[in-house]
Write a protein that binds this ligand. Structure first.
Ligand code: 5U1
Length: 675
């Protein structure tokens, strides 16, 4: 049953008043800003449609917070107002039309454009150039005296410097916790088991409203001014922008993003450019503010109940939304890590619809205090993957405990957790179907073996049909085995076989990456190959020499060392080399390739490998492979029925080895195996 407008208004007012207390007084918001804005707009619309229910007590008639009893109250001589909002270019056009109608003009006027910092509004009173009082906005008429705390903020000058400073001047602006500091602070707090802040705004508010200013002094706060309230005995210019520049000259901090433009059209360009820049700014912003620049016009436009007519905020699309946590699934990753994934009621946030989000590990679920049925905040900034940042306290909900599995959800093997690691892993390695599939997908990926046409779905199919078990099996596939697979056909099958064949010519770094050693990404693989030059040397490297490589620390070295000590892995590597995977020698800056400066000659027929394979292998070790024997030849490899070249070598006393000895040499260098 739908409620009467009167009941809707009453309920919304009650709810919004509760949200205001949570937000302004307790610094612990119960809903996201986006949800709050929607509720306020809904109430405003209902009140506009039903003017008989107007009330001065409605939250739509107030600026926001209340005053905490713990602080001395300060009356704002000029009320600290809030800002009207627009959410689209159309709403902005309506705002400009209202301005022009009210000023009875068709002329364009200048706008000062500013980022809208998401922090806590404060007022600073300077007398004789000295900071004497700092107060929060409070309810707009009355704020809290936070002078002692504000004096600990490093970029707020205690004394203004320069000329023509009015005898008394009130500076208004926003206290924020810069994003980098916020992240560092929260990480440290989390480590110490202390309360983490929901967002930088709450961190700024919570830090500023401390009863002990020694605590505030430890918090990394910053201030940016955006306007002037009271002025006594002083004269300022008639442009808002110029006034801000004057504040800067007196030593007050100003955002670097403030601009002045001479038409409304420029506002949309400014909006777009700030939207792009949003994630590179040092502080969080939730929109931009456009202000009519001429103070004379500002005075002519005046105020409506709680906001100036001459300014408006243009809000950005929300980066945070709330949704219900419907379930938690557990995924098995390539290296066996079990990752809990939140299944969410679909929600549009940061430009996309989100219905799943990683919860990372068990500790994260505990840190967030999550249960199935909770309402959670989903944050998606720029192109970053969506994150669940907090749960919102909601009473009277049926909540279900999240139970972490005790066995692998795919292969039912035991799970293990290494001490000091948050990750819980399936212990089965490549015996686990999930890990096997992902290892093969990773092996084939563009940055690794780059096997064109071997996507996730085909790997799934090949594994499901029992055609492949390891990456090695890929190279034994035949066109006939592929044609009948779902959505394959002869053309695609042939293409895939060709791509597999092509992938055999690779680079050492790509091959190493394809092996999927834990924590060995592209950059590390490159550094390792450039350092060790050959697979043989890398395989034999001890922990100490591994750590000599760029970006290889203790942990990564251990992963690499362990990998090459497992027979199963060595078998896979040998099998891959045996199917013909090869790479050109890495140019050594120090000429330390094992066969550098040596000239080899191949003669007779080789039975265990093709002649061009042998040539490529020798070259990858630095040797020059020549077609004829001379006094400069260092070694001749004589296969079956070797003829005149063998004779010449013997005559010149040049060392001769057979195919088996060549294979021993290659095996020693990690390139080939017999068999
Ligand atoms: N940048 C900026 N933020 N901000 C917030 N300017 C600005 N102005 C405000 C508010 C509340 O109010 C005045 C226009 C009254």
């Amino acid at each position: 049953m739908t409620q009467s407008p009167e009941n809707q208004i009453i309920n919304l007012r009650q709810a919004i008043n509760r949200y205001n207390t949570d937000y302004y007084t307790l610094d612990d918001p119960a809903i996201t800003d986006a949800e709050y804005d929607r509720k306020i707009r809904q109430l405003r619309q209902l009140e506009a449609d039903n003017p008989e229910f107007f009330s001065v007590d409605s939250p739509t008639q107030k600026v926001g917070g209340t005053v905490l009893n713990a602080f001395t109250k300060v009356k704002h001589e000029i009320p600290m107002l809030s800002l009207g909002n627009v959410y689209s270019a159309e709403e902005f056009d309506e705002f400009v039309t209202r301005l022009k109608n009210r000023l009875d003009t068709e002329d364009d006027f200048q706008f000062c454009m500013e980022p809208k910092l998401d922090g806590l509004a404060i007022s600073l009173i300077y007398e004789g150039g000295h900071l004497v009082t700092a107060a929060t906005r409070g309810d707009g008429a009355m704020g809290e005296d936070v002078t002692h705390n504000v004096k600990t903020i490093k970029n707020i000058p205690l004394i203004l410097k320069g000329e023509n400073i009015p005898e008394k001047i009130e500076i208004r602006g926003e206290v924020v916790m810069p994003l980098a500091d916020f992240n560092t602070y929260n990480k440290a707090a989390q480590k110490k088991g202390q309360k983490v802040f929901a967002n930088p705004r709450n961190a700024a508010a919570g830090s500023l409203r401390q009863l002990d200013s020694k605590i505030t002094a430890t918090r990394p706060l910053a201030f940016y001014c955006y306007g002037i309230g009271l002025i006594e005995n002083g004269k300022l210019t008639a442009s808002h922008y110029q006034r801000l520049m004057q504040l800067k000259a007196w030593g007050l901090p100003l955002s670097e993003e403030i601009e002045i433009h001479s038409s409304a059209q420029e506002c949309m360009l400014y909006y777009q450019s700030m939207l792009q820049k949003r994630d590179q700014l040092p502080y969080e912003i939730d929109g931009v503010v456009y202000k009519v620049d001429a103070i004379k016009l500002q005075d002519a436009l005046g105020f409506i109940s709680r906001a100036p007519r001459w300014a408006t905020a243009h809000k950005f699309p929300a980066q945070e939304e709330q949704a219900q946590l419907l379930n938690v699934e557990f995924q098995v990753g390539r290296t066996g890590a079990i990752t809990p994934v939140a299944i969410l009621e679909p929600v549009f946030v940061g430009g996309v619809t989100v219905s799943r989000a990683s919860l990372h590990n068990k500790d994260e679920i505990e840190r967030l205090g999550l249960k199935i049925g909770d309402t959670v905040v989903i944050r998606r900034a720029a192109d970053v993957i969506p994150q669940i940042t907090r749960r919102l306290a909601k009473k009277n909900q049926k909540l279900i405990q999240i139970v972490f599995p005790i066995r692998c959800p795919v292969c039912k093997s035991e799970l293990e957790q290494i001490e000091d690691e948050a990750t819980i892993r399936c212990s089965a390695g490549l015996f686990c179907g999930a890990q096997r599939k992902q290892a093969i997908q990773y092996f084939s990926s563009r940055k690794a073996m780059n096997i064109d046409g071997l996507g996730e779905k085909i790997v799934d199919l090949l594994v499901a049909e029992g055609l492949i078990n390891t990456a090695v099996d890929l190279y034994t596939l035949k066109t006939e085995q592929l044609v009948d697979l779902e959505r394959m056909g002869i053309k695609k099958a042939e293409n895939l076989i060709n791509a597999l064949s092509k992938s055999k010519q690779t680079t050492f770094a790509k091959f190493l990456l394809a092996l999927g050693i834990r924590e060995v990404g592209e950059a590390t693989a490159k550094s390792l190959t450039e350092h060790f030059l050959t697979l043989g040397r890398l395989k034999q490297a001890d922990l100490e020499s591994l750590q000599e490589v760029n970006d290889v620390g203790e942990v990564v070295a251990k992963h690499i060392h362990t990998f090459f000590r497992k027979t199963h892995n060595l078998d896979v590597i040998n099998a891959l080399l045996k199917v013909g995977i090869q790479w050109p020698a890495i140019e050594s800056k120090q000429h330390t390739l094992p066969l550098a400066t040596k000239t080899y000659v191949l003669t007779g027929s080789l039975v265990q490998m093709k002649r061009n394979e042998a040539k490529a292998a020798l070259e990858s070790l630095g040797a020059k492979v020549s077609g004829s024997v001379s006094a400069k030849t260092d070694c001749v490899v004589a296969g079956e029925s070797a003829g005149s070249k063998l004779g010449k070598a013997e005559k010149l006393g040049i060392p001769v080895i057979n195919e088996d000895e060549l294979l021993d040499l290659l095996e020693d260098e990690g390139l080939r195996v017999k068999g």
